[in-house]
Design a protein around this ligand. Structure first.
Ligand code: CP
Length: 300
């Protein structure tokens, strides 16, 4: 089997690739330290803000013995007009082996990849994809319910602007889950697909769901008014101690973060026993260690 050199999209991974990454992550959960990236240079380059993704990629690289540098984009030569391609070429000349990049332009990493000598990892590109998030979400799911085949997974919120939803839809379908997308019609896909069904009612959308994944309303990506107000959105789509009753009684509650407290999830849900949001964060380190280790040495 030829393994991938870069991680740009979930679409490029086979089911076997995902199982291999998940199995590696299980090993890192038992024992974090390894020398898989010894003498490798990892650069994290974030053109958009991040707490979880950047920190966990940096910790993951550190746990594997890599040397990690963070390019502070705001204080880099990007602010003097240098293009992303010239930034990549400059870092290539300094023997960077791994480029972990987040950017607000959907699809930009496909343009950058031909210029990278080593490996490139998509840490989120606009509304397009967030593959490492989908991999850590999947790891957290099977860590809790073992197998997602035939399980109903409801993704609730701003699907239109969500790279997390796009990557998850691709991954969950590879493993035979039933994917529901739930939210206001303006934030759902226009056309239905074999990969998901759409609901504009929270009650119907999460009815008997095995997993409920809540998403944030991404006001920063909205030029138009897609919802009347956050208050109206909250009345119709908030997960709280009443609305969770629609889901299966043992439903896992997930959220990729960051959370807008009191909007998509009520405060009382933070103590809900089946909420695994901080487990997703912890698992992010093991899964990102597994991603680096899986890409290492591949030249496809
Ligand atoms: N889930 C996620 O991408 O979070 P950050 O924006 O904090 O990295």
């Amino acid at each position: 089997m030829i393994k991938p050199r870069h991680l740009i999209s979930i679409a490029q991974l086979t089911k076997e690739d995902i199982e291999n990454i998940t199995n590696l992550a299980k090993e890192f959960k038992k024992n974090k330290r390894s020398n898989n990236l010894k003498e490798r240079n990892v650069a994290t380059i974030f053109f958009e803000e991040s707490t979880r993704t950047r920190t966990s990629f940096e910790l993951a690289a550190h746990n594997l013995g890599a040397y990690v540098i963070h390019l502070d984009v705001g204080k880099s030569s990007v602010s003097k007009g240098e293009t992303i391609i010239d930034t990549i070429n400059t870092l290539n000349a300094m023997d960077i082996d791994y480029f972990v990049i987040r950017h607000n332009q959907s699809g930009i990493l496909n343009l950058v990849t031909p210029y990278v000598k080593g490996h490139i990892i998509n840490a989120g590109d606009g509304c397009n994809e967030h593959p490492s998030q989908a991999l850590l979400d999947y790891f957290t799911m099977i860590d809790n319910i073992n197998d997602i085949k035939g399980k109903t997974i409801s993704i609730v919120g701003d699907i239109l602007h969500s790279r997390v939803a796009r990557s998850n839809i691709k991954l969950l379908n590879k493993f035979g889950a039933k994917v529901r997308l739930v939210g206001p019609r303006t934030l759902l896909p226009i056309h239905e697909s074999a990969e998901f069904t759409c609901y504009d009612s929270l009650k119907d959308g999460i009815k008997d769901a095995d997993i409920v994944m809540m998403l944030r309303i991404q006001l920063e990506r909205m030029e138009k008014k897609f919802i009347p107000s956050l208050n109206d959105y909250k009345k119709l789509y908030q997960l709280n101690s009443n609305t969770i009753e629609y889901a299966h009684k043992d439903a896992l509650i997930m959220h990729p973060g960051p959370i807008n407290r009191g909007i998509e999830i009520s405060d009382e849900m933070f103590d809900w026993p089946k909420k695994v949001v901080l487990k997703q964060v912890e698992n992010g380190i093991y899964v990102r260690q597994a991603i680096f280790s899986y890409l290492e040495g591949n030249n496809r």
